[in-house]
Ligand binder design. Structure first.
Ligand SMILES: Cc1cc2nc3c(=O)[nH]c(=O)nc-3n(C[C@H](O)[C@H](O)[C@H](O)COP(=O)(O)OP(=O)(O)OC[C@H]3O[C@@H](n4cnc5c(N)ncnc54)[C@H](O)[C@@H]3O)c2cc1C
Length: 412
């Protein structure tokens, strides 16, 4: 696979059928679930120097997934079938319970290499990022990159992941705020250890998998008389159970969310809080903290901001572990900037996965993922979701074929 360096503007950049922008887990899922996309003139652009791994290169923590959640979308008889026999992929898919996310990164790296090998070298751009997706009425999408290229495509798939931002509520404490991403990254263990050793109360805002991963690290170094730690969350915490019986058999505390049978129990697997619930080490630590079994650590559910503020005020350090939103490049339409995220920082799509701009679907721009919780508990599973989005895109491509036949695309 070639790893070309960023290049200056290339006058002769071709008109692609599809350009995938960003190729971490979600685009890897899409492309490996839908190999038919490679029959079209497909290009992939990624800011990193390799495909597949995406954010998992930055998480030095245990998973909040099961290994068997991944790669089931690959057709064993298709062009990506051999990937299933590669050691990291096989190991991931058979690992029982929790695993370190480095294993997922390794498996995704193999998948990224396989994708790269399927692309002609001039259809793969690594180490350069999209800074603007420019939509033009009646013409192809133009994607401007940091290095000054303009890539043109009839259809674009945005798969640039999620980004952690300081939430508005915590801005006033900016000076003592740390984003959780910085504490789950490789090389951040010593920083967590220091947080656990230094005196003065710590506050973790949010009770997400990130929060419990950070807490886990801090507790490993916290002496018995170490700082008081309070996790403050707006709402009761969702916990994953394999089924209703397992949920019923467990002890529950008031800090735990009560599942709504219509919304939170997967009709396919029976899982409770299938994708949004804490699992593995985070789940175990949640139960211990919520039951008061971890000395010096408390979990507070406070729906009102006024009730949360005193904890933030008193803390020596606040670790924000909520606040992930979509990470899109700028989008313009006929030269004018258009907002593509909600007030909460999320991109929204129509039922075919096309980007909504001011409530209207952009015909030529699909979104893959870009939401911290892309699967509502009762929605399709990731396996189906990748193939489903692939079908939507293939449908769009055949439509474009019709345009071509009518000569409409000759203008661009
Ligand atoms: C702490 C933490 C733990 C998590 N643990 C799990 C877990 O156990 N299991 C799980 O399924 N999910 C987990 N997640 C969620 C996980 O991050 C997402 O599921 C996954 O990374 C989403 O994949 P993605 O492809 O959308 O984004 P990413 O993996 O972030 O990939 C995005 C890709 O886009 C590229 N990119 C970004 N911007 C641009 C641009 N402008 N131009 C070109 N390329 C660009 C990046 O280089 C990257 O390769 C966790 C999240 C966090 C924060």
């Amino acid at each position: 696979m070639s790893h070309p360096a960023p290049q200056a503007a290339a006058a002769a950049d071709p008109l692609l059928d599809v350009l995938v922008i960003g190729c971490g887990l979600r685009a890897t899922g899409l492309l490996t679930a839908t190999p038919e996309l490679f029959r079209h003139d497909l290009g992939v652009l990624d800011a990193a120097d390799r495909l597949g791994v995406g954010s998992f290169a930055h998480y030095d923590i245990e998973s909040n997934s099961h290994g068997s959640d991944f790669f089931g979308w690959i057709d064993p008889a298709g062009p990506f079938g051999p990937l299933l026999a590669e050691e990291p992929v096989r190991r991931l898919r058979t690992v029982p319970g929790s695993f370190h996310l480095a294993l997922l990164a390794e498996a995704l790296d193999r998948a990224g290499r396989a994708i790269g090998a399927m692309l002609p070298p001039d259809r793969l751009v690594l180490g350069d990022e999209a800074v603007e997706v420019a939509l033009r009425t009646g013409g192809p999408v133009r994607v401007r990159t940091r290095a000054g290229r303009t890539l043109r495509a009839g259809t674009v798939v945005l798969a640039t992941g999620i980004r952690e931002r300081t939430g508005p509520e915590l801005r006033r404490w900016q000076g003592k705020l740390v984003l959780s991403r910085a504490l789950v990254a490789p090389g951040a263990r010593e920083r967590c250890a220091e947080l656990g050793r230094r005196p003065g109360p710590l506050c973790l805002a949010g009770a997400s998998h990130s929060a419990f991963s950070v807490l886990h690290r801090i507790l490993a170094h916290r002496p018995p008389d170490g700082p008081e730690i309070v996790l403050v969350t707006r709402s009761p915490v969702r916990i994953h159970y394999p089924d209703r019986d397992a949920y019923r058999a467990a002890n529950h505390t008031p800090a735990e969310a009560v599942p709504d049978p219509d919304r939170d129990i997967c009709p396919e697997t029976g899982n409770v809080h299938r994708y949004s619930g804490l699992r593995n080490t985070s789940k175990a630590l949640f139960h211990a903290v919520a039951a008061g079994r971890v000395p010096g650590v408390r979990l507070v559910v406070a729906p009102d901001a006024a009730d949360r503020a005193p904890y933030f005020e008193r803390a020596r350090v606040i670790v924000q572990s909520t606040g992930y939103g979509s990470n899109p490049p700028a989008v313009t339409r006929d030269g004018r900037p258009v907002r593509c995220t909600t007030a909460g920082g999320l991109v929204r799509t129509d039922e075919r996965g096309r980007l909504l701009l001011d409530g209207t679907a952009a015909e030529a721009v699909f979104v893959m993922g870009m939401d911290p919780y892309p699967y509502d508990d009762n929605s399709v599973n990731p396996t189906n979701q990748y193939a489903r989005r692939g079908r939507h895109i293939l449908g769009q491509l055949s439509k474009r074929g019709t345009y071509e036949a009518a000569g409409r695309w000759q203008r661009c």
